[in-house]
Design a protein around this ligand. Structure first.
Ligand code: NAD
Length: 481
């Protein structure tokens, strides 16, 4: 049992303003595994004030030479990595992520993101003198936007924290993070890494809490920019509020991506990649390719292939290295996923495999990996984000038909094409309406912009584009000599 009694608001762990707490349960055992104080408004005020001080003090964080901030980010990468196994284990317990995935995506990849932004900021010019069109010159400076309010979901808490903290710190911003109540225990290890890497006090603050404290943070007068990852419904609310406040906002939201299997795809060759693209983290993945589009001539074969995949995967304790599918994050979330399975059956989809709870597990919020065939592309399970291990296979008649079905949702986050002809896939991929697309795998890369179109979000994270989101341009016009 991990019982934390302090909050990380101004560079040290200190007493919270209230006695409210958040209880955290294991997704696999349903038992209470820890508790942390719930931040209240006064705690957010304190974290935002500390962030402001960190920026405004003489030679504050934003005034550091970029190379000094880069060195700090490199230390943060190492300190985070040193705690990586413990972070991965806590995440696996809290949200059900299989430990093999957690070690890769919640430990190794965030460290790589901190290092990537350290290197990028060493090689970024923040000032430029442009010859004027009308004589004279324009001096353009790129300065940090200021204090950032960041709201994180529970599905990849450390990876998504790194997507926000790394570029924000590289740019010279300070950041107040609100983790999800389901995944707060790991944030204490992150806070330790922040302290040990000598990030100045106030540059990072952490305010665990739910929707109310999230709303308070978004609207706080001391916040200059909001960055949010989470559901589309909440993203719309936050976007609306930021619109009223004229506050810059980045929104990374839901998805309903398609895997287009072409006629020449070798399914066996890509078995591991297809599993990762569709069922990673028990389907609790925004980029999951849960709509599988199969050429009509291979439809039965594709259905059989995925039926074998979902029936054959090892479902169980997320802490075991052989586990491929763990439990869902919470009882509520399982109820929601089961509701979608019932809806699929009611709407006439053919249940091929799964659909219930695994017989060999008597506790934990497990759902069997589930496969539907003959799914109407317009039906609820084909249109709405389920966020669990539930896949739908649909036939298509031509490549143009496949692209039409892939694009026929409100979302536009990711997608894949599976084929022996990569050049052809690149051509087809141009017609897919999504912010990102994978050919013969789906794994995002920190060097390139990541984000969605349509209801999947606004703005981009990662790559130099992700750094630009934490900078604003200031221009000084110099008169002709
Ligand atoms: P959620 O929207 O319910 O919550 C996300 C975060 O917002 C949590 O920290 C929550 O406490 C907070 N929150 C909730 N209501 C709020 C409000 N009104 N104002 C401010 N903050 C509020 O989402 P979730 O269930 O935690 O996460 C799953 C969702 O996140 C899925 O839709 C998934 O697709 C999406 N997601 C998107 C990406 C991406 O990069 N596009 C990545 C991961 C997850």
């Amino acid at each position: 049992m991990l019982e934390y009694r302090t909050l990380f608001l101004d560079g040290v762990q200190a007493a919270p303003s209230s006695t409210h707490s958040i209880t955290v349960r294991s997704a696999a055992t349903e038992e209470i595994i820890g508790s942390v104080p719930a931040a209240v408004e006064a705690d957010v005020d304190a974290a935002v004030a500390a962030a402001r001080r960190a920026l405004d003090d003489h030679r504050g964080w934003s005034g550091w030479h970029p190379a000094e901030r880069a060195a700090t980010l490199d230390r943060l990468a190492s300190e985070f990595e040193a705690r990586g196994e413990e972070v991965a284990a806590r995440v696996a317990q809290q949200n059900g992520m299989p430990i093999s995935t957690a070690l890769a995506l919640e430990s190794a990849l965030p460290a790589a993101v901190y290092r990537y932004y350290a290197e990028l900021v060493r090689n970024t010019e923040f000032e430029e003198l442009r010859a004027g069109l009308l004589g004279g010159a324009a001096h353009v400076r790129r300065v940090p936007v200021g204090v950032v309010g960041a709201i994180i979901p529970w599905n990849y808490p450390n990876l998504l924290t790194s997507f926000k903290v790394a570029p924000a710190l590289a740019a010279g911003c300070a950041i107040v993070l609100k983790p999800s109540p389901e995944t707060t225990l790991d944030s204490y290890l992150f806070a330790e890494a922040v302290v040990r890497s000598e990030v100045p006090a106030g540059v990072v603050g952490i305010v665990p809490g739910g929707a109310d404290i999230g709303r308070y943070l978004v609207s706080h007068p001391g916040i200059d920019k909001v960055t949010f990852t989470g559901s589309t419904a909440v993203g719309r609310e936050i976007g609306g509020r930021c619109g009223e406040l004229l506050r810059p906002v980045t929104l990374e939201l839901g998805g309903k991506s398609a895997a287009i299997i072409l006629d020449d795809a070798d399914l066996t060759l890509h078995a591991e990649g297809l599993f990762q693209a569709t069922l990673l983290n028990n389907g609790q993945t925004c980029v999951a390719n849960t709509r599988i589009l199969a050429p009509r001539g291979r439809y039965a074969e594709v259905v059989d292939f995925f039926a074998e995949m979902v029936k054959g995967c090892s479902v169980g304790d997320p802490l075991l290295p052989e586990t491929q599918v763990g439990p869902l994050v919470s009882e509520n979330h399982r109820r929601r996923v089961e509701g979608y399975i019932a809806r699929g059956i009611a709407d006439g989809a053919r249940l091929i495999a799964g659909g219930g709870r695994p017989a060999h597990l008597d506790r934990g919020w497990f759902v069997e990996p589930t496969l539907f065939a003959d799914v109407d592309p317009a039906s609820v399970i084909a249109q709405e984000e389920i966020f669990g291990p539930v896949l739908s296979v649909m036939p298509y008649d031509s490549v143009a038909d496949a692209v039409r079905i892939a694009n026929d949702t409100g979302y536009g986050l990711a997608g894949t094409i599976w084929t022996a002809d990569v050049d052809a896939a690149r051509g087809i991929g141009r017609a897919v309406d999504s912010g990102t697309l994978g050919i013969n795998h789906y794994m995002l890369d920190p060097v390139a912009p990541f984000g969605g179109i349509k209801a999947s979000g606004l703005g981009r994270e990662l790559g130099p584009e992700g750094l630009a989101a934490y900078l604003q341009s200031r221009t000084t016009y110099l008169a002709p000599a």
